[in-house]
Design a binder for this molecule. Structure first.
Ligand SMILES: Cc1cc2nc3c(=O)[nH]c(=O)nc-3n(C[C@H](O)[C@H](O)[C@H](O)COP(=O)(O)OP(=O)(O)OC[C@H]3O[C@@H](n4cnc5c(N)ncnc54)[C@H](O)[C@@H]3O)c2cc1C
Length: 381
């Protein structure tokens, strides 16, 4: 799959209606929808695509519904997604199992590349290995400075969508960001089949004293491992892999592979929120707007929802004069559509820190296996 896209000089040779920075789910869907509405769209990504991304790789029902609504109903099957039927939570030697219905697992390299490919097919111009920083604004355009392999240029767009993910820096010179002092950091690796005891079609969640780990099989039976870890534990254990190993052994799980031969990636602190969701001719979507924690597996659905709900704001900015009221209006829309769903995730993330609540929860689920159903439904699973 060639996802290299255009060159920096081609990208700079014309003006764009929309420039989207970041080709994760938020950027991919924002670009695709804007192009489908007839806008000229440049999608800018700093990494080589397809690329690995630290993520649990579990897509809930809301993601699938959103994809269907934007005409990508077949995309997940074509990409090799696997249905998820069970969620097994382990805490120490105790475990509980919850039936699941409707979600799938798929590696982020396949999923994000599939979205970019669909965006290109709808008319989006893609440019990879190119980093964007925010430039000046005038009465018609916002400029972006773009750099690829030492080559620099400037492009202009009527509206810029900042979809640059967790800890994205596009707006950092213009807007402050709140980061929780108790925040965990993310970590992940893709492991070979047999590296850990993970049944097919099952999410295994290992809950430890200093973080938690999600394991799931993705296409080709590879095991995707994603973790949320206390940063001090990572330091004290001697690195991401050893911190992960400690939590797995707390839950009677073991890695049957040489951990040093795997590629481990970490993230910046997870629990954060942008002070404002934009500035003149720029709107923020996806993780760049704010994130809580991965426990509930909702980040991708929030990213896609925000990418869809930004579309009327794109239309208004492209077709009319800029008005400063657009940013508070976007913040209001975002709060109504997404922040309220993040509340339950915040409460659960607090609850799972308590060994007492974890042990009680496991006991209750084992006695009343269907008790979790209303919660999983509210979380989009
Ligand atoms: C450990 C962990 C497990 C998770 N598990 C799940 C899960 O199972 N299910 C779920 O739904 N969510 C999960 N999430 C959350 C999910 O990964 C995110 O919510 C989702 O990736 C957000 O999408 P996004 O498009 O906003 O950002 P991203 O996917 O991070 O994409 C941002 C893109 O922008 C690019 N970029 C950044 N800066 C620039 C720049 N200046 N110029 C050009 N490109 C740039 C990056 O390279 C990246 O490709 C998990 C997160 C973590 C940390």
């Amino acid at each position: 799959m060639n996802l290299q896209g255009t060159t920096i000089s081609d990208a700079a040779s014309r003006d764009w209606d929309v420039a989207v920075v970041g080709a994760g789910p938020a950027g991919g869907v924002a670009a695709l929808e804007a192009a489908a509405a007839g806008r000229s769209v440049l999608l800018i990504e700093k990494k080589v695509f397809p690329r690995y991304k630290v993520c649990g790789c579990c897509l809930n029902r809301r993601v699938i519904e959103n994809l269907r609504e934007i005409g990508l109903g077949d995309m997940l099957i074509t990409a090799g997604a696997t249905p998820i039927e069970r969620f097994v939570v382990r805490h120490g030697s105790k475990a509980a199992s919850i039936e699941m219905d409707g979600g799938v697992s798929l590696s982020r390299s396949r999923f994000d590349a599939g979205l970019v490919l669909a965006a290109i097919q709808r008319g989006v111009t893609f440019i990879s290995q190119t980093t964007a920083t925010l430039g000046d604004v005038d009465s018609e355009f916002r400029s972006l400075n773009i750099t690829a392999k030492g080559e620099k240029s400037t492009i202009r767009a009527r509206v810029v969508i900042a979809a640059d993910g967790l800890g994205g820096r596009l707006l950092s010179e213009h807007e402050s960001e709140w980061i929780s002092e108790n925040s965990l950091i993310g970590a992940g690796a893709q492991l070979p089949d047999g590296a850990c005891d993970v049944p097919d079609r099952t999410i295994v969640m290992a809950m430890g004293k200093s973080g938690y780990i999600g394991l799931v099989r993705v296409e080709d039976k590879a095991i995707n491992l994603a973790a949320a870890l206390h940063p001090n534990t990572v330091k004290n254990s001697g690195g991401l892999a050893l911190a992960v190993q400690d939590i797995l052994s707390e839950c009677d799980l073991a890695l049957q592979t040489d951990i040093d031969s795997q590629i481990w990636k970490g993230t910046s602190p997870l629990t954060r929120r942008s002070a404002h969701l934009g500035c003149e001719r720029v709107f923020v979507v996806g993780d760049a707007a704010g994130y809580i924690e991965p426990f509930t597996g909702q980040g991708i659905s929030w990213a896609i929802e925000s990418a869809r709900r930004i579309q009327p704001f794109i239309t208004e900015t492209v077709t009319k004069d800029w008005r400063s009221t657009l940013i508070p209006r976007w913040e209001q829309t975002y709060t109504r559509a997404i922040s309220k769903h993040q509340r339950l995730c915040r409460q659960l993330s607090w609850g799972i820190r308590s060994p007492f609540l974890m042990q009680s929860g496991i006991r209750v689920i084992n006695v009343f296996p269907t008790i979790a159903a209303p919660f999983t439904r509210r979380l989009g699973w």
